[in-house]
Design a protein around this ligand. Structure first.
Ligand code: PQQ
Ligand code: CA
Length: 537
């Protein structure tokens, strides 16, 4: 696991060393031994418990015949061929920190490996390195105090030799940040706050007179996935919702850099550009969902773009060299904005916000266009495959009580899907035009699983009810399923080993929305299962 392994990513299909199968987070694999014709024969090869009740949100890491799996409570190394445990190391953390982590102790990214070490966070705000061979701790650093409402939920990433590490907590009085560390020693190299302090650029977008402290507890966490463009030497990280959601507490200011995408230098944390998706975010519209980096032709010209299926229901395309907005088309039902103005980059609001501010209970569509997953992009077809929700947040602004480290949203929320309509859709969408190529309704339960696209014209994803499924990439029709032991809310991976293609998925219900919508219907308990086509005799 050198820089070169990370740059090659899953172009070497024997390894899965980056989240989303590459720094570009496309969730696309060129493997095609398993394809539309033979996927019905797919069978489990091995399965193992991962000793956890709190939910599996990660993807396995595969390197040199070993599979590494992380969750909120454990780190594992498994023999890739047999599934036997090589080592496991419990995560030592203060149990009291679970108070700020409504979803439990989670890990939303894979085991990060680099120069013989495995890097991860713990829910009580520590970052650590383990020895890949033995699982023994090499160093451990405290990056924040969970009593302030911050939590460790996101796997770090290595970019240009720097360990990049984020945090969660935009619902619990946190001020967001992202950091760079020396992977060898655990020494902090830089911290960039996602909310400027008074006097810093952007601080003019926070209230000064009435609420001089709003910026200190203003949200903008970095709880999902960064990616990296090695040519431009930029990391891209989205920021969480503004806090409280009720905008009264920010005097309706824009609140930079909440609900934004930031392009930073990995060596220094210097911000090269930003784009704020939702100025004055008043609806819990985290902008943390992964950006997908793609190179496409637009009007005959080669363009480096960044695609984001946003929680707010729009599918955005930006120029990733400068942050300029190129397109934003709704991919689900949207009623909080009528469009995104391409000139100003700002949403054109409907009357939803003013009605909510006048005390009315309003239905905001969507509550989330997609929930905390990795979606897929096939560069050969220039299509996004999105796990979309059809659900409104029934929202009323209320008083926000400030208690450091506690819920500080200032809203009452309920949820609803219009009677007779599906709960969501698997959708294939053309990013620039927003054209929906196919849409397959999801009727039994909301979906929080990641989506993987392969060159075998398949999509692999899962259901909260536990089925690991393969869909026809050209129609969304389900071709195969296997019922795992718990609900699936993790992204699948695929790799090849000794000439045979495998698909792997973690099962284990957990996390705030899976628990909210399916918690009493699905048994808990984490596992990893690996599938392949039967060997011919
Ligand atoms: O602002 C944050 O720091 C933060 C963290 C998390 C999380 O870590 O689970 C979620 C959210 N926000 C959030 O807004 C959200 O909708 C959400 C859904 C889920 C989930 O597990 O399904 N987590 C989170
Ligand atoms: Ca949030």
């Amino acid at each position: 696991q050198t820089n070169n392994d990370l740059l090659i990513g899953s172009k070497n299909p024997e390894n899965v060393v980056n989240f989303g199968l590459g720094y570009d987070l496309k969730m696309f694999s060129s493997l095609k031994q398993i394809n539309k014709k033979n996927v019905k024969q797919l069978v489990p090869v091995w399965s193992s418990s991962v000793s956890n009740e709190m939910g599996e949100h990660s993807q396995p890491t595969v390197f040199d015949g070993v599979m590494y799996v992380v969750n909120g409570n454990w780190t594992f190394a498994f023999d890739l061929e047999t599934g036997r445990q090589i080592w496991r190391t419990p995560v030592q953390y203060e149990r009291a920190a679970l108070r700020v982590a409504g979803g439990g102790a989670l890990m939303r990214g894979p085991a990060t490996i680099y120069s013989g070490k495995l890097f991860r966070q713990s829910v009580d705000d520590h970052l650590m390195a383990l020895d890949m061979k033995t699982g023994k701790e090499i160093w451990k650093t405290k990056f924040a105090d969970w009593k302030d409402g911050t939590k460790g939920v996101i796997a770090p990433m290595i970019a240009n030799g720097v360990l990049i590490s984020g945090m969660g907590g935009s619902d619990t009085t946190a001020r967001g940040f992202i950091e760079g560390y020396d992977p060898e020693t655990g020494k902090q190299l830089w911290r960039t706050y996602t909310i400027p302090a008074p006097g810093e650029p952007g601080s003019e977008t926070w209230p000064t007179k009435n609420r001089p402290d709003a910026w200190k507890y203003g949200g903008g966490s970095t709880w999902q996935y960064a990616n990296y463009d090695p040519q431009l030497d930029l990391i891209y990280i989205g920021t969480g919702n503004a806090e409280p959601y009720n905008p009264e507490y920010r005097d309706g200011t824009d609140g930079l850099y909440t609900s934004s995408i930031l392009a930073l230098r990995p060596k220094t944390g210097e911000m090269v550009w930003f784009y704020q998706y939702v100025p004055n975010d008043s609806y819990d519209f985290d902008s943390t969902a992964e950006s997908i980096l793609a190179d496409v032709k637009i009007n005959g010209e080669d363009r480096k773009i960044l695609i984001n299926a946003h929680k707010n229901g729009f599918l955005y395309v930006l120029d990733r060299t400068n942050g300029k907005l190129l397109s934003a088309k709704p991919y689900v039902k949207v009623n909080w904005a009528s469009e995104i103005d391409l000139k100003t980059g700002r949403p054109v609001l409907t009357d939803i916000l003013s009605r909510a501010m006048s005390g009315e209970t309003v239905d905001v569509y969507p509550s989330r266009g997609t929930n905390a997953v990795l979606n897929a992009y096939n560069p050969k077809k220039n299509l996004m495959y999105i796990n979309a929700w059809n659900q409104a947040r029934v929202m009323k602004y209320v008083k926000a009580e400030f208690n450091l480290g506690s819920d500080y949203t200032g809203v009452q929320s309920g949820y609803k899907t219009p009677a007779g309509e599906p709960l969501g859709f698997f959708k294939a969408v053309e990013p620039l035009s927003g054209k929906v190529v196919w849409s397959a309704p999801v009727t039994d339960m909301f979906n929080s699983a990641g989506v993987l696209a392969t060159d075998g014209d398949l999509l692999f994803t899962g259901k909260l009810t536990g089925e690991f499924i393969a869909l026809d990439q050209d129609s969304g029709k389900q071709l195969w399923q296997y019922k795992t032991g718990s609900g699936i809310n993790a992204p699948p991976i695929t790799y090849s080993y000794k000439g045979r293609q495998y698909v792997a998925i973690l099962s284990g219900i957990g996390g705030s929305n899976p628990k909210r919508f399916a918690g009493d219907k699905v048994p808990t308990g984490g596992s990893v299962t690996v599938f392949a086509l039967p060997l011919k005799n």
